[in-house]
Write a protein that binds this ligand. Structure first.
Ligand SMILES: Cc1cc2nc3c(=O)[nH]c(=O)nc-3n(C[C@H](O)[C@H](O)[C@H](O)COP(=O)(O)OP(=O)(O)OC[C@H]3O[C@@H](n4cnc5c(N)ncnc54)[C@H](O)[C@@H]3O)c2cc1C
Length: 520
């Protein structure tokens, strides 16, 4: 029996395992469904999409999306030590102050931006040095890209030509503007939650890690979660938790596990023959995700990463960790407010590649692309049970673009990409438009219906809040049972304006203090 059992060694789970075991008197068991993070592609930044549909991916598919030609959209999610941080695009973005202040103002004390800044800084080791905004000496290396395509530089120049301001640091006072991302990398290699947090902690006698071990059910006795049932290979085991079970399985698997364990909407559970442990109406509801659309141009400049896999570039990487292989592909971009105000509602991404269907489909020739995604979607979706069997994937319905205002703003985003892509700064790299082929409104709407895809930021399916119907309270304790907490992307009440890895890390950092002061 351990003090804490953590389910899921992803972004949040690795932070929790490392921070909790800093106290030698506390024992922790970390269970991870996937294998160790040994694949070479995990370390090599440009290769992240080669991990899609591999043994390191849960390989989810959404329900048919009404607004997207009834397409079933592919959702990668990391299934490996490090979780999605081992397969993600490494962009380091915190979101907007207003995102966290809205969480706080909704009744989540301690979750405002000023409350969280010290946790952001604590995790960070920023190569630009310490400042009021940034930390040094933390476990997560945050660096500027070692290599950028000239197409990305020209894309940023084209955006400035369009009237956007240059932004040198999206994680400081001002989020709006265009520029180049900082990434979670160290000298040209990926930094994941596993490499940053877990690896340095693995020697500790108070930390046990089981890979290839899937939690299938929480064990509840008289209203208290006392352990976890899990499967390793064909073997079923039970792991006891003296103090708490901490669920860090991500925005899809966390609600899935709660539902399988009888914590969720009572009618939904009963209809599948699951005994209701706690009637919690919002488990698996409130799903939010960032949906993206791109525009692509052909280029014969030799600068597209569609042709980057060469012996020369391989040698540059192997010998000195230099060149395009150190790139995270989406090298630049920025934040834009369609209403002209201070709060962005679109994020733009610039990458010297076609990146069709998550890079799984080859473009007919070398391309570069500019993409936009909606930061503040009004549409909401669900994660529900397909069956009471843990091995069956859950039903995921993000409800993409169900709200008309979301459709309008994504269309605005696509138009912005087209305007930037056609600006003169990119003329020397453009040999012709690939997608969309035409610019009239109908064609653009059809382009979105055919090509919009996730940009990988699902959150909100076990959201925190002060109401009795909110899944977790502001200390992240699951309502309706004792001894259980959720700390991962599922607890976000609303998706922040930006990529979600760093916000998830900060949720985990803060949860450690909550675990110490407010036991579940
Ligand atoms: C392709 C891709 C690109 C992305 N790009 C970026 C980016 O550039 N920048 C950024 O900030 N964010 C990015 N993100 C998003 C970011 O990585 C995630 O928001 C973040 O990793 C979520 O962390 P988490 O802890 O909630 O879940 P995860 O990191 O997904 O961790 C969940 C872990 O739990 C394990 N697990 C699940 N169920 C069980 C079970 N039953 N038993 C045991 N273990 C289980 C999983 O295998 C996994 O390891 C990207 C994500 C993807 C997929």
């Amino acid at each position: 029996v351990h003090d804490y059992v953590i389910i899921g060694a992803g972004t949040a789970g690795c932070v929790l395992a490392a921070r909790l075991t800093e106290d030698p008197s506390v024992s922790v068991l970390l269970l991870e469904a996937g294998p160790a993070d040994r694949a070479r592609e995990i370390g090599v930044p440009i290769a992240f999409s080669k991990l899609f549909k591999s043994e390191y991916d849960w390989d989810y598919t959404t329900e048919p999306q009404k607004q997207l030609n009834e397409r079933e959209c592919y959702w990668p999610r990391g299934r490996v030590l490090g979780g999605s941080s081992s397969i993600n695009a490494m962009i380091y973005i915190r979101g907007n102050r207003a995102d966290y202040d809205a969480w706080r103002d909704a009744g989540n004390d301690g979750w405002g931006f000023d409350d969280l800044l010290r946790f952001f800084r604590r995790s960070e080791n920023n190569s630009r040095g310490e400042s009021a905004w940034h930390g040094v000496g933390g476990p997560v290396d945050v660096q500027d890209l070692r290599y950028r395509s000239r197409i990305t530089d020209a894309s940023v120049t084209a955006a400035l030509e369009r009237g956007h301001r240059f932004n040198d640091d999206f994680n400081a006072a001002r989020q709006l503007g265009m520029g180049f991302w900082q990434v979670t990398q160290r000298r040209g290699r990926r930094v994941s939650a596993a490499s940053a947090f877990l690896r340095p902690a693995t020697g500790r006698p108070n930390l046990t890690v089981h890979t290839n071990t899937s939690a299938t059910r929480l064990v509840v006795e008289r209203g208290r979660v006392v352990g976890v049932e899990a499967v390793t290979g064909g073997r079923r085991d039970r792991y006891g938790a003296e103090r708490e079970v901490l669920v860090c399985a991500g925005a899809v698997n966390t609600p899935h596990l709660l539902l399988l364990s009888g914590i969720g909407p009572a009618d939904e559970l009963r209809s599948l023959g699951i005994d209701v442990v706690a009637d919690s109406p919002n488990v698996g509801r409130n799903l939010q995700d960032h949906v993206a659309i791109g525009a692509s141009w052909f280029t014969d400049s030799g600068r597209s990463y569609d042709t980057a896999e060469t012996p020369w570039n391989t040698a540059r990487y192997l010998l000195g960790r230099r060149g395009p292989y150190t790139s995270n592909v989406a090298e630049g971009g920025g934040f834009h407010a369609t209403d002209g105000g201070d709060l962005p509602d679109l994020q733009l991404l610039f990458g010297p590649t076609g990146y069709l269907r998550h890079g799984l489909e080859a473009a007919p020739g070398p391309c570069f692309s500019l993409g936009a995604y909606l930061l503040t979607p009004e549409s909401r979706g669900t994660v529900r049970l397909r069956s009471p069997h843990p091995g069956d994937k859950p039903l995921i319905d993000p409800g993409y673009l169900d709200e008309p205002s979301d459709r309008q703003r994504l269309l605005d985003g696509l138009r912005e990409c087209l305007a930037i892509g056609e600006a003169s700064a990119l003329s020397r790299y453009r040999t012709g438009r690939f997608l969309p082929a035409r610019d009239d409104e109908n064609s653009l709407v059809e382009h979105i219906q055919e090509w919009a895809e996730t940009i990988y930021h699902p959150v909100g399916t076990a959201a925190m809040g002060p109401a009795p119907t909110d899944v977790v309270d502001p200390a992240l304790r699951v309502r309706g049972v004792d001894g259980l907490r959720v700390a991962d992307a599922s607890v976000m009440p609303t998706v922040p304006r930006g990529n979600t890895n760093t916000p998830t890390m900060v949720i985990a950092e803060r949860s450690v203090e909550l675990i110490r002061t407010d036991p579940a």
